[in-house]
Design a protein around this ligand. Structure first.
Ligand SMILES: [Fe+2]
Length: 387
């Protein structure tokens, strides 16, 4: 049950996140527990909370140029994705596969959720082929054999591997058909691979099994993708972000957890997608400054701008738990002057919020932007966060 115990002391807004002009120059700063679902406090302070002069590296928000990543599967059909961030429950990888897999894969360690940033092609799975295009989430549950056949050389996948079964986030309060209609999931029908791909130089069918963190190969004399029929409630599927209809409010800024799509007990994956700005007279179009005390916030920038500020596609950011972030006040003022009723946010961002801190790998740190490159210059970058 929600806590009914709320105290207010000193100068505060009558209702948080509304009518900030009443603050007479104070900054609204949100501290939250359990993501956005636990206890919270809004602090009204004199100085911009992100206007630090200097932060030591371990206490800094992080920004990465994902276009510079070179997973081995970009240059070689035999290659693999590049691991970038991890905790005991999940790992985030990037794949830039440029050619057909001359093998099949099976992950026995966890579910794999592919977000397609760039490219088209097909996931051949035991359950049937799943065509992919930008904006798709392709979920391959643990233990399923598949291979990827790109239609062209330029592909870019963000891959989220979860040790716990990935399910849909609880959006029950919105009704069964919002924020997306489950009938729009693409569920494959069995089809044998007419091209007979997935073979090695000897014409055999290797399956690379990921097993307790290691890869081991099982070689078959026949294609392991040989299913002619399947029945059950366990299967791979895809959905596209165009079919996700963000729920919003005209009068109050809705917190990111409302946009969660997938969830486990330790993290959620969701998306910030195009929608109108809040435009009711006392509403605020920008989220408050924020410290997420119990969750790291990772974002992957797919497309668009952040409130009009150009952001390079495949930019990634990591805000460690408990650190301040938020849109710089100067930028908020500039944008607020230009905003007209009906103006829309145009960004397409995938986020992963994790209860257990994420550790970046050296491969991720190699493409980390400096504060200057990230536009932070002593203040918070316009991280593609909605709260
Ligand atoms: Fe946040």
């Amino acid at each position: 049950m929600r806590s009914w115990i709320h105290h207010s002391r000193g100068r505060v807004l009558r209702q948080a996140v509304t009518g900030r002009h009443e603050l007479g120059g104070l900054y609204e700063d949100m501290l939250t527990r359990q993501g956005f679902e636990g206890r919270d406090a809004y602090l009204y302070r004199r100085s911009e909370p992100t206007a630090w002069r200097h932060a030591e590296e371990s206490a800094a928000n992080r920004n990465y140029d994902g276009r510079l990543l070179e997973p081995t599967d970009r240059g070689s059909a035999d290659g693999v994705p590049l691991r970038l961030f991890h905790n005991p429950h999940l790992s985030l990888h990037v794949s830039r596969r440029s050619a057909n897999m001359p093998y099949s894969v099976r992950n026995t360690d966890g579910d794999e959720l592919y977000f397609v940033h760039e490219g088209t092609g097909t996931f051949y799975t035991e359950f049937g082929p799943i065509p992919y295009e930008p904006g798709d989430y392709v979920l391959v549950p643990k233990g399923i054999t598949y291979r990827i056949r790109p239609a062209g050389p330029e592909n870019y996948f963000l891959v989220i591997e979860s040790t716990e079964e990935l399910g849909f986030a609880d959006t029950g309060a919105f009704g069964r058909r919002a924020p997306f209609d489950p009938g729009l999931l693409y569920v494959p029908s069995p089809a044998l691979d007419e091209l007979g791909d997935g073979r090695d130089e000897d014409g055999q069918w290797p399956v690379r099994v990921k097993l307790r963190g290691e890869r081991a190969t099982i070689v078959f004399d026949s294609d392991p993708i040989d299913v002619e029929g399947w029945s059950g409630d366990l299967f791979p599927f895809k959905m596209n972000i165009r079919d996700y209809r963000p729920v919003m409010s005209d009068r109050i800024h809705v917190m990111p957890s409302a946009y969660a799509v997938f969830a486990t007990s330790t993290f959620m994956v969701g998306n910030f997608l195009p929608r109108p700005f809040e435009s009711a007279p006392d509403s605020e179009p920008f989220p408050p400054y924020h410290r997420n005390a119990d969750y790291d916030e990772f974002t992957f920038f797919h497309n668009g701008t952040v409130l009009g500020v150009p952001i390079a596609p495949a930019t990634m950011s990591l805000v460690p738990q408990g650190l301040h972030h938020g849109l710089p006040a100067e930028l908020q003022e500039q944008l607020a002057k230009k905003l007209k009723p009906g103006d829309r946010i145009d960004s397409e961002v995938v986020f992963v919020d994790t209860k257990v801190p994420l550790t970046p790998t050296p491969d991720a740190e190699a493409v980390r932007r400096t504060d200057q490159e990230a536009g932070q210059t002593g203040k918070a970058a316009p991280a593609p966060s909605a709260g």
